[in-house]
Ligand binder design. Structure first.
Ligand code: HAX
Length: 447
């Protein structure tokens, strides 16, 4: 058994026993109550699922296995001439809860290189799509086309014992992560470089090689990719892509089927597609105002006109966060160190000054602060990646790390089919009538 798999197995065995004890002794303890607002309001904040790799605090932001993003930028191993964390290290941490050593990260990089061969038919499946098909659709199709290689599906068909689900899932997860940059880079080169692909450089780390296969030689871009692919990896389990992965996987759909579904959720403009939407919105602003150095007043007027036309300000707001997203702040810091002369970056910083008070003044936006997607586009443009339709693919390659680590855990812990209860408005009315009859009048909202 490989060292990471062995460690994961040991950790999962210990955790399984702990959870069994918790359930035996405290299974009946209530952790939450559900209001009618939440039934109609997208199930916000309801505590109802398990997701081991990360936890999101509304004020503090994401912690991966207890570590904040600034801590991980300090502690995770980096590339030999770089400063930013290697995503390999983050995956190790998400899977087993320990910061890996340099040697462990090196082992993982090499292991992924060995697993990275993509079957030829996957490229043919992508080629069958019109070249203008959105890159996220092409990625999702690429992942689906690989499903015939799923170790989980093959072993399940051969009567795999359920105590071995975790092992097959681990194999699929590792293969998928290893292959994704090749597929994602292929799509980029196919769409924007006439199919002129760049061969992998297996001396590079996972993110560095992805940047290389995209066609970027700049060491600065490689460093940004390492940071980008680390910070986008996971955001606890309730966000749409993670939750989709969990839901689809809970039917014992294999990791390929689940990951493709998760990518489809990520491709929505209220979720991962927001990184594309942000830069498009900023470029439109520059075009409309006729200057690449707009003043705060000009930006404020443009923000107000966007709101007046019934659209959201992309990159702002969040379903859970109530402070500036630490993933935004990490990119801002990176930009201060590496791209402070970029006009687009300067616009992003001005928007950060201008938008929160305007959204706050609407009185309905629960979080007026920037999220992860508010900054990435300006940095990508700085390094010459101008094809915004592709930006969400970068997010997806990163998100695979978190959701696949979580699926390994779901299988190891034997988490069951997910099946929450839904109701109708008729049910809600009858429920409220019954409350009134019982003298337990429906609680009126406080003014
Ligand atoms: N601009 C304008 N209005 C906004 C807004 C924004 N950025 N954010 C929230 N609002 C509005 C909502 O549309 C809602 O209006 P209505 O009542 O008229 O429908 C109201 O404020 C209350 O919304 P909320 O409770 O504050 O926010 P939600 O939890 O419902 O939604 C969203 C969270 C992220 C979807 C929302 O803030 C949004 O649409 N933001 C812009 C899109 C975006 O940046 N998405 C990426 C989010 C991070 C992510 O997943 N990245 O992948």
């Amino acid at each position: 058994m490989d060292p990471l798999k062995q460690l994961f197995f040991e950790k999962a065995q210990t955790s399984k026993k702990e959870i069994k004890d918790i359930l035996q002794q405290h299974g009946h303890v209530k952790v939450d109550e559900v209001s009618i607002d939440q039934v109609y309001g997208g199930m916000r904040d309801i505590i109802c699922m398990l997701w081991e790799p990360s936890l999101l605090d509304p004020q503090e932001g994401i912690r991966f296995r207890g570590f904040s993003i600034p801590e991980l930028r300090e502690k995770l191993p980096s590339a030999s001439k770089g400063k930013e964390p290697l995503p390999e290290g983050l995956f190790w941490l998400l899977l087993v809860g320990e910061i890996p050593s340099r040697d462990e990260v090196k082992w993982l990089t090499e292991n992924w290189v060995r697993r990275s061969n993509v079957p030829e038919h996957v490229f043919r499946a992508i080629e069958a799509l019109p070249v203008e098909t959105h890159p996220m659709t092409q990625l999702s199709v690429g992942v689906m086309a690989m499903q015939n290689t799923s170790v989980f599906a093959q072993r399940y068909n051969s009567g795999m014992n359920k105590t071995e689900y975790w092992d097959a899932t681990y194999e699929d997860a590792m293969n998928l992560i290893a292959r994704l940059p090749r597929i994602a880079a292929y799509i980029y080169r196919r769409i924007y470089h006439q199919g002129n692909t760049v061969l992998p450089d297996i001396s590079l780390d996972w993110a560095g090689n992805y940047a290389h296969m995209l066609g970027f030689a700049d060491p600065g871009f490689k460093e940004y990719m390492r940071l980008f692919l680390t910070i986008h990896a996971d955001h606890e389990g309730g966000n749409a892509s993670a939750h989709t992965m969990h839901l689809v996987g809970s039917t014992l759909s294999d990791p390929y089927l689940s990951l493709s579904a998760a990518f489809n959720a990520l491709a929505g403009p209220l979720h991962g597609l927001a990184n594309q939407e942000v830069i498009r919105w900023i470029l439109k602003m520059v075009e409309t105002l006729g200057t690449s150095r707009p003043s705060r007043e000009q930006i404020a007027d443009y923000v107000k006109s966007t709101l007046a036309s019934g659209r959201v300000i992309p990159g702002y707001g969040h379903a859970v966060l109530r402070q500036p997203d630490p993933r935004f702040m990490a990119q801002r810091q990176f930009a201060e160190d590496n791209a402070s002369d970029s006009d687009l970056v300067k616009i992003v910083w001005k928007i950060f000054d201008v938008v929160p008070p305007i959204l706050g003044s609407l009185g309905k936006v629960r979080n007026p602060w920037p999220n992860v997607d508010a900054h990435s586009g300006a940095l990508l443009m700085h390094y010459g990646m101008k094809e915004h339709n592709y930006y969400t693919v970068l997010f997806a390659v990163s998100r695979a790390l978190g959701v696949l680590a979580a699926q390994c855990w779901a299988r190891a812990l034997g988490l069951p089919l997910e099946r929450p209860k839904s109701v109708t408005t008729q049910w809600v009315k009858e429920f409220l009538e019954k409350k009134v009859q019982e003298g337990d009048a429906a609680p009126a909202r406080q003014a």
